[in-house]
Structure formats: structure tokens, C-alpha cells
Design a protein around this ligand. Sequence first.
Ligand code: ADP
Length: 644
Amino acid sequence: MKRSRPTSVRGLAAQAKPRRGKHHPHTSEWEWREVFEHTPVMYFMIDAVGTVLNVNALGAAQLGYSVTDLIGRSVLTTFLQEDREFVRNRFADCVRTVDRSHTWEVRKVRKNGSVLWVRENARGVRGGDRVLILIACEDITERKQTENALKQNEAYLARAQELSRTGSFGWNAATNEVIWSRETYQIYQFDPTEKPTRERNYQRIHPEDRAFTRKTIELASRSGKDLSFEHRLLMPDGSVKYARVLARASRSASGLEYVGAVMDITAAKEAEQKLRESEQRFRDYVETASDWYWVWESDRDHRLTRMMDHPNAVGLASSSVIGHPRWEFASDIESEPEKWQQHRATLDAHLPFRDFVYRVINRTGASIYVRASGKPIFDASGNFVGYRGVESDISVAYRADQAERDLRKAQLELAHVMRLTTLGELTASIAHEINQPLTAVTTNADACIRWLCREPPELDEARRSVKRIIDDSNRASEVIQRIRALAKKTDIEKVPLDINDLVKEVVALVQRELVSHAVSVRMEEAPALTRTLGDRVQLQQVMINLIMNGIEAMESVVDRSRELVIRSCKDDGGQLIVTVADCGTGISPEVAEHLFDPFFTTKSGGLGMGLSICRSIVEAHGGRISARRNDGVGTTFQVALPVA
Ligand code: ADP
């Protein structure tokens, strides 16, 4: 590279002087030199391709070089590699348009590699037959850094506004000048290239909210007050948005100014609306429900702190209830201490409870039954703070339940009476059943004595006789046991039962009745039937009733053999079925309608309770009883029972 030291500063200044510019009369070479060397500006004089012809000491020093380092070297080496093309083009501009100033901002690199931002002001000047370029460059690194930081801040702010759906705005009330941030444009769905005005803003406000918004803003701006209000926006697509506006008023030289934020609160509003609706729905339920709610909180002693004012709760919601634990106003504490002890234990353990029924005396002095359910409540840190729950007056249901229990008891007693009646009717059969083995016992005892009296005694025969005596006695005792069971008044006891065994026992019991009425029994039992869960005596009673009715229905039959067919099977639904079919008189449709009604009978000496009792027994076992006319003659009764 050709190293040529410029002639002199004076020469440089002369060369730098615009050819057509006015030359100041007082500018001396010394002054030029002072300016050149001491202003905090880097001066370069380069040729058209960028070779440094001269540089001031400050300029060189700022880049970490000495003047001699730089002279003769391409000034392009003091720029970042990626900016050199740009700079070369700018130099070309200067050469093309001599005497015109060109300005650009670019990065320069120091000798140590660090980068600084400069603003370069350059001009091409004619120096003899060639064009030189004079460049003054000013370090703007600090400004650039601030500018970049600002830009970044702005970007952050814009992002934050976007994320929070919050736009910002400025409004000068005096000049009516308006500024909107990008997000504000976004919220109002305005074209960002259009100028913001208050009128445009109003156009977007929902027509129903416009007058109110205008008035609010006017009132505030007249008294210089801050702004805070919500309004709806009617969007171009017809949808409605909700916006909240907050602005701070401040007085400046140019008058009252507002700086504020506009938030798109549509999502929050919609959520709030949904919450309100669901709360209202819940309230409606609670108010129309027959239950009322109660609360006890912040109280370790189980005292009720609140109770809903509910029409059904009238009997309770008085001063005698609030501030008291339940056991202080319940009227069944003494009669049911264990129930209350258990309830207190549940509460002390902070466990939920459901359907706790207790009795209270209401205002009118009547006993009412209340059913309460509740769950413990805990605060955010898991500490127990009380209970919350509902209660309802179940007196009617409770009394109905009680009545049903009483009815069931009465039915049980009636069933017992009926069994005794049946046993009375069966006396002859029973006597025969017992008499038979007893006669056999006597006969065998006589025989035994005879065998023993032989000389020598026939011990083997005697032993056989005794064996028969034992068997017959057992038979008699079994009959007695069965009868005693039927006669005994016991509580219902459900056990797994084999239906076939049960039928056989009953047939044995009524054997004599069958014989005396010339009725034969045919049993068609399904083998290995699943068991049912039931009360033996009660189900026996059902079977006795059905068999006795069948016998009676065949009493008048003389033209055919009187046969009773008892079948057991399992139906498609998995139920156990027992049918008792006779070939008797059959049932007329009128009779069929009332068969199971209590006290319905067609017999002169009948009570009409048999089938009614059968039905209540079967239904208490979860089963069903029905009757149908046979295709030919007679009737079939069917009992269906669930399997165990
Ligand atoms: P009771 O036997 O005392 O009349 P039930 O309730 O056992 O009472 O029977 C009611 C009525 O149902 C009988 O009077 C009779 O008319 C009719 N009935 C019951 N079983 C049969 C049957 N197997 N065949 C025809 N009618 C019957």
C-alpha cells in the first residue's frame, strides 16, 4: 500500500473546504488545526477507495491506534466485516455526488476488537484531479445503547400488554390529542396506521354504554379526577367485549392530561357471569328444595352458627337453635343415648356424616323428625373450622315408615295366628302322623319283650325291635319338632334354604290331609337347585296354604283323579320358581281379581287371609306370587324367589 503523508494540516483543511462554500476570513491554519485535533470528533481524510490519507490524533486514539498506524491503510478495516459493503457504497455515493453531505450510522471496531457506534458525516471534495472524502465521525455508542434498551423495553411492554390484554393510552384533555399503544389498537380492533381520536373510540363503545361513558369522562375531566369505569365494546363482527378503563389525571404545562390503561376483561366477565349464573342456579335449588342448610364454624363446641331461613325450618330456626349444639335441643337424647354418642364421636373426629335422624319438639310443641347430613370444612392450611350441611323435616316419611313397621309386625302376628289356625285344621293329620310311629313303638316293644322271654332269649331279634323303636320315636319327635316350629312365634330369620327339601317337609306334614281327600302329589323337582335366602317357617306356611287350597279346590272333583303337581325350577331371569297346580274348580276372572285381597273368600268357613299372608311373606322375601287358570282344568299358583 502506498504510504503518503499529507502535505500539511493547512493543506488538508484547504482540501476539506467545500469548493463552493464561503471561506471564513478569520479561519487561520492554527485554528483549523485546533479544531482538527481537539474536538471530540474523529476526522478522516480518505481517497475514493478508502485509503486513509490523514486522521486526527483523537480519532486514531479512539480506535486504539496511532495516527501513523492508520495512515496508508484502508479505513474499511476499522469497520465490522459485515458493514464494509455498506460503507463502501456510501463512499461511492460521496464520490458520485461531490460536495454533498452524506450521513449514516454504523459500527466501528477498535484495534482491541471492541465495537462502537458512530454517526458519520462525509462529503466528497475534489482535490486536484482526484476526489477525496472527508469524514467526521461522532461516537454515539451511548445513545445507541440507550436507544436499543428503549426499543427492548418497548418490545417487552408491548408483549406484556398483549399478554395481559391491557393497552395503554394518553389523552390531552386540552388539545384532545390521543395516543394509543399497539395493544389498545388491538383491543379496539382498529387499523394501527390510522390516527387515534376520541370520536373513533366512542364509535367502538357499545351504543347502550356510550352516553354513560361520555358523561363519566366529561365529569372527571371537568374536575381533573382520575378515571375508572367499565363499558362494553361492540365489535365490527357484532360480538360484545368488556373493557375496563383506568386513567390517572395530571396537570402539565399543556393542560390536563390522562395516562391510562384499557383492559380487555371479556374473559373475566364471562367467567364471572357463569359463576353468578351457577350460584343463582344453586340458590334456586336450595330455596326450592325441602332441605335447609346449616353451618357451624369457628366453634369447637359444635354450636350452630347459622341456619337458613327456610319455610320448612320454621319449627327449628329460632333462638333456641342458633348458638346450641344439636344435642341441647334434640328430644331423643335420653331415649337413644348411643346414637348421640356415636354422632358426637363422628363430629370430634371431623368426619362427614349422612342421614343422621333425630327428634325435636318444634314451636307448636309437636315432635318432628329431622334428617341431617354434613361435611367438615377446613381452611386453606388444612385446619378444621367447622361443619356445613343440610337438614330436612322427614316427619311424614318417618311416620309412614313407622306405620309400615307396625303393619309388618301386625302381619307377622297374623301369620302366626293363621299358622295356629292351620295347625288346628291339621290336628287330625298331625295326630295320625304321631300316632303311627307311637303304635309301631308299642308293637315293637311288645315284640321285644317276647323275644327276650324266649328260652334262651332271642337277643338279635330283640335288638332289631329296639332299633325300630328308636327309629319310630325319632320319626314322631321330628313331626313334633316341625309342628312346634310352626306354632312358635319367632322373629323372621333368613337362612339359605333348599326349596326341594322345604316342599318335602311340608308334604310330609299334610300327608294325612292328602290321603283323607284322596289327593295324590306329583313332585317334579329340578335337581341341584340353587338355594334361596328365606325364613323356613314362613315359606313352609306359604306352601301349606297353597297345598291346602289346592286340596280344597279338588274336593268336588269326582270325574278325574285328584292330582296336585308341585314343580321347582329356575327361570331365565335366574329366579327360583315353585308352582303348585291342581285340577280343581279353577278361578273365575272376578275371583282372580281379588284372590290376594285380605278377607276375600268364597268358602263358607273361610277367613280369606291365606293368600294375602302368602303374598306379604313372598314379597318380604323379595319375590312375587301369582295365580293363573290352567289350560285344561284347575289353577296354578306360582312363587318366584330370588336366589341366595
Ligand atoms: P280362604 O282359603 O280362607 O278362602 P285364601 O286367601 O287362601 O282364603 O283364598 C281366597 C280365595 O281364593 C278362596 O276362597 C278361593 O275362592 C280362592 N282360591 C284359593 N286357592 C284356590 C285354588 N287352588 N283354586 C281355586 N280357587 C282358589
